[in-house]
Design a protein around this ligand. Structure first.
Ligand SMILES: [Zn+2]
Length: 583
């Protein structure tokens, strides 16, 4: 085990953790940041530089630098050790005692990918690669870019890799597991990739784990073929180009997501280094989690055609579930990102990035285009189209804030939007609230909902409640106070404004109210609650005064008792306007 100790003492856990995304902030001897192993908004992940140990107060993940790499790369102890040693220039002892059978197989498969890569690159540069070279030239890919991305060509013989693996003495049992060869029914083998332009796919540490191959013959199907799943290549977890892009992603705190290999390459070549692609498959939740470790901000730039837009819409759902901040980059002229960079230049692409809309406006634009917004049915249709996305916003408060924005943007009555959003939210399986649940009185709920959902009576309700004492005794009194304060400050009323004035537990309280309401609230219900609360106020004052009178009588202070008794009728006048307040 002394080699493991040597590795642990020569690498710094703080910098290793940060290489995988989490931004750590120093506090005393420790560092803290967002946990890479569970979904969170406030940091509960701590790393001790002195103890070389990490611990998460949220999900209780813990360990040293080796277990961190094992966990995050999903590799064995030996592989984590090897990765760390290689990356930090620590010589690895020539003993194989660290390798269990599984690690040995994976090691062999890694090795086979390297041999395949050498072959593909040699092919591209040689006489066999002429068609592939002319395709790349036609797409405007510069020789330096071909080199940088390690592009290659798989020949049409179907025997090139077969020969190589044979010559290198890899056991036949491992051939098919490499994803590079396939077995025929008669037991013979042939190359998986034939006559294709080859894109090596790397893991986060920069090792080749598989390939994507683009057909060069027009009638070859599919157009893009990826390595099958192998012990080292799990499609759903791999993001193309991440190992090159991650430094720029950290620096810019933003990732650009494109659809295809050529897009990632073209956009990178234009000077935008924080770009990744989803590897020719639909985006998966696992890929989003990987990206999220590096930045929570994502600019999605898919093809402008209908399938591209549909893919973008599906991706938004996944990205929302992970709490990513999403912008949608739109390119004009029906150009894909690669073509756009080449035809319009880096400056124009930068402008499109800067002009990227928040995803919600993009969705709303799509909904407006697909519905006749002059009719009530069209408006409801547009609203309905937005609801799936809303239901997937993991943050309850953000959902409310968006309800407010959407109403304005698609010009639908606020009450209608809020009502639909509340229903969408109710359909969503709510996770339990972090803070212990405070039990709110029914009137409190009605009043809060009314204040949020019915702007037309907000002023009246606020004025009436301010003059009562009951509002000051509600468990949610600080929420009411925040609403009052916002109202006093003038300016437009916004959900964010209320939120900004609350601490976390009160935010939860407000969310609890806003997202457990099951039906639209009416003006009448709210005004009835105002009257009940005002009544309680009066009853309280009368009860308190009576108690005080009894005390005074017992103490023999009749003079004062009589004075208070004279006040009693004033405390409960027969009819009273709810809003009049004290004189
Ligand atoms: Zn955690």
């Amino acid at each position: 085990m002394e080699f493991a100790e040597q590795v642990k003492s020569s690498v710094d856990i703080v910098s290793v953790v940060q290489e995988y995304g989490p931004r750590l902030r120093k506090s005393g001897n420790n560092y803290s940041g967002l946990c890479p192993f569970h979904n969170e908004k406030t940091p509960s992940f701590s790393v001790s530089a002195t103890k070389q140990f990490y611990y998460c107060f949220g999900c209780h993940a813990k360990g040293d630098v080796i277990s961190f790499v094992m966990e995050i790369e999903k590799v064995s102890f030996y592989e984590a050790l090897k990765t760390l040693a290689e990356r930090h220039g620590i010589p690895i002892p020539k003993r194989s005692q660290y390798a269990d059978e599984d690690s040995k197989l994976r090691g062999a498969i890694f090795q086979m990918q390297e041999y395949a890569q050498d072959n593909f690159r040699a092919n591209l540069n040689g006489p066999l690669g002429e068609a592939a070279r002319s395709y790349l030239a036609k797409r405007g890919v510069a020789p330096a870019t071909i080199e940088q991305f390690g592009l290659g060509y798989s020949d049409r013989s179907g025997r090139a890799l077969l020969r190589i693996l044979e010559q290198r003495n890899f056991p036949q049992a491992q051939w098919e597991q490499s994803g590079l060869l396939r077995k025929r029914d008669d037991g013979t083998f042939y190359d998986y990739f034939r006559n294709r332009l080859m894109f090596p796919i790397h893991n986060e540490s920069g090792k080749i784990i598989g390939f994507g191959g683009r057909a060069l013959a027009p009638d070859d199907n599919p157009k893009y073929l990826n390595s099958p799943e192998t012990p080292i290549y799990r499609k759903s977890a791999v993001v193309y180009n991440l190992h090159r892009a991650k430094e720029a992603i950290h620096k810019e705190d933003r990732v650009i997501l494109v659809e295809g290999y050529m897009d990632a390459i073209g956009v990178t070549a234009a000077g935008f280094r924080a770009v990744v692609a989803s590897c020719g498959t639909a985006l998966t939740a696992h890929q989003v989690q990987v990206l999220k470790r590096h930045s929570q901000k994502i600019s999605v730039n898919f093809d402008p055609d209908a399938p591209g837009a549909n893919a973008a819409e599906r991706s938004i759902g996944l990205l929302l579930e992970e709490g990513m901040q999403i912008r949608i980059v739109e390119l004009d002229g029906e150009l894909d990102p690669d073509e756009y960079c080449k035809e319009r230049g880096a400056g124009a692409y930068q402008q499109r990035l800067d002009a990227a809309k928040g995803y919600f406006f993009w969705l709303a634009d799509r909904a407006r285009k697909n519905n006749d917004m002059r009719t009530p049915e069209g408006k409801v249709g547009a609203l309905k189209a937005l609801l799936p996305a809303v239901g997937r916003i993991s943050d309850r408060l953000e959902r409310m804030a968006i309800a407010n924005e959407v109403a304005g943007y698609i010009a639908v009555e606020r009450g209608l939007v809020l009502d639909s959003f509340l229903k969408a939210a109710a359909d969503r399986q709510e996770k339990s609230f972090a803070a212990p649940r405070v039990v709110l009185r029914p009137d409190e709920r009605i009043l809060l909902n009314g204040l949020l959902a019915l702007p037309e009576i907000r002023g009246e309700v606020i004025a009436a409640l301010k003059s009562t004492e009951a509002a000051g005794t509600f468990p949610s009194r600080r929420v009411f106070q925040a609403i009052f304060a916002l109202d006093e400050a003038g300016g437009p009323f916004s959900f964010e404004g209320v939120i900004a004035r609350l601490d976390e537990s009160d935010r939860n309280l407000l969310a609890q109210v806003a997202f457990t309401a099951d039906a639209a609230i009416s003006r009448e219900e709210v005004m009835a609650a105002v009257r009940r609360v005002s009544l309680t106020d009066e009853q309280n004052r009368v009860a308190q005064t009576r108690a005080r009178i009894r005390e005074l009588e017992r103490a023999g202070n009749l003079e004062e008792a009589l004075r208070l008794m004279a006040e009693l009728p004033r405390l409960s006048p027969p009819a009273r306007n709810t809003g009049s307040g004290d004189r």
